[in-house]
Write a protein that binds this ligand. Structure first.
Ligand code: D38
Ligand code: ZN
Length: 333
């Protein structure tokens, strides 16, 4: 099957081989559900011995549906990232089934986590191509699942912005891990599927330079730029109190911690992606709680850095210093 989004071709086995896990007793079940009305879905249990259990439930052939192959393949890649890098077994840490449904709505320019599974729209072909085609989108939605099983950050206001930011952070970092790149465009959300006919305009949101993106019509503040400093945070009611708007402030901090840079007069020396992802994963799973906002995010990241990269003779490590400087730089002292 030729995947219309990535352009890659998959043989029957390809969409399943990715399901084998490094640890054979970790057996998440990836289920594919066609969202076509009226079709009589059948279950094809293709969990051959040695493969992790795959159930594909579809009214049409799974492998003749590029969106299904993409959603499946991207969920495997993100699940493998959580297993290999963070030793996490599926979204709940206990091997829960990972379910994606594609073709949601009609030309829906969005993707979402509905509290139980990932949902992908096909896009209208102008604003988005199939959203199942982007690994950072799968990573974003699956991280909402991880968050719901850990800090369970309340989805509004500041805690909602931290929820959204962590979804972008692990969406971007899981994609970069898979691509082996840290180019600035990889620090954007949805660059592979946003405006498919406009090359080089990156993604919907930028973590490296949030201000470079105009808030989309989706969040009701057309033409405003995404903020990159706490003083510029959105304080209104739209977007559940700016969860997608203010996430870019914390996204900028994560980018600075990893890649370094100078922001609002504060210099940050980057500590690389692999240390950054460990700090944020520890903060998410050990310190953050449903009500955590920006101040608590800073404290959790600083403490996680101290845990992982201890002070030396009373002085903070370079890793801890980078976290402190990055939060100073975005105006969260
Ligand atoms: C993951 C990411 C690619 C996706 C981006 C996204 C897409 N849209 C719809 C959208 C985007 C841009 C425009 C425009 O005219 O410019 C119009 C609509 N809004 N946000 C996104 O962020 N989706 C939300 C969906 C939330 C649904 C309600 N909880 C999320 O998962 O947090
Ligand atoms: Zn989200």
């Amino acid at each position: 099957v030729k995947d219309s989004v990535s352009g890659k071709s998959y043989l029957h086995g390809a969409a399943i081989e990715g399901g084998t896990t490094t640890n054979p007793n970790i057996v998440p079940v990836h289920t594919y559900k066609a969202n076509r009305m009226g079709e009589t879905p059948f279950i094809l249990l293709s969990g051959l011995f040695g493969f992790s259990g795959f159930e594909v439930e579809t009214g049409t052939s799974f492998f003749a549906d590029p969106a299904a192959v993409s959603a499946h393949t991207n969920s495997i890649k993100v699940n493998t990232y959580y297993q290999n890098i963070h030793k996490r077994n599926s979204l709940d840490g206990k091997g829960m089934p990972i379910i994606s449904t594609v073709h949601i709505g009609s030309k829906w320019n969005n993707a979402a986590w509905n509290g139980k599974q990932m949902l992908y729209g096909d896009g209208d072909g102008i604003l988005f191509s199939s959203l199942a085609g982007a690994m950072d989108v799968a990573g974003h939605e699956m991280t909402h699942g991880v968050i719901s099983k850990t800090a369970n950050l309340t989805y509004q206001g500041e805690s909602g912005a931290i929820n959204e930011s962590l979804a972008d952070i692990f969406g971007a970092l899981s994609e970069m891990h898979s691509h082996g790149l840290t180019s600035p465009s990889e620090w954007e959300m949805g660059e592979d599927i946003f405006t498919p006919n406009v090359p080089g305009d990156g993604g919907l949101r930028s973590m490296s330079n949030p201000k470079s993106k105009k808030l989309s019509a989706a969040y009701g503040l057309k033409d405003n730029a995404y903020p990159d400093h706490y003083e510029d945070r959105y304080l209104g009611e739209l977007d559940k109190g700016g969860v997608h708007i203010n996430s870019s402030i914390n996204n900028k901090a994560a980018y600075l911690i990893s890649e370094g840079g100078e922001h609002h007069g504060v210099k940050v020396t980057g500590i690389t992606r692999s240390k950054t992802e460990k700090i944020f994963y520890r903060a998410l799973t050990n310190y953050l709680v449903p009500s955590s906002g920006f101040q608590e995010m800073r404290a959790a990241a600083v403490q996680s850095a101290r845990d992982l990269y201890p002070d030396r003779n009373g002085a903070p490590s370079a890793e801890t210093k980078a976290v402190m400087a990055a939060y100073d730089a975005i105006g969260v002292p």
